[in-house]
Ligand binder design. Structure first.
Ligand SMILES: [Zn+2]
Length: 71
């Protein structure tokens, strides 16, 4: 589901390093917010970014196809 308001990306920062996040778009859908410094991706679940460090997906797992937040 696309984010309703892309301006949200401008106010979101990585909760771990407070760095900038990169919005990941796949098939006209926004699926995650990546932190290149931490090599992790915060998943976007039904349009809601999950900005929790312990829910973040390591970049290598993301690249392998994982799109769901960890339980
Ligand atoms: Zn970070």
């Amino acid at each position: 589901m696309p984010l309703a308001n892309l301006d949200i990306v401008n106010i979101l920062a990585c909760p771990r390093c407070h760095g900038d996040l990169t919005l990941i778009e796949e098939n006209n859908d926004h699926t995650g917010l990546a932190c290149s410094a931490c090599h992790i991706v915060y998943p976007i679940d039904d349009g809601i970014p999950v900005m929790l460090i312990d829910k973040a997906i390591p970049q290598d797992q993301w690249d392998a196809g994982t799109r769901k937040a960890k339980n």
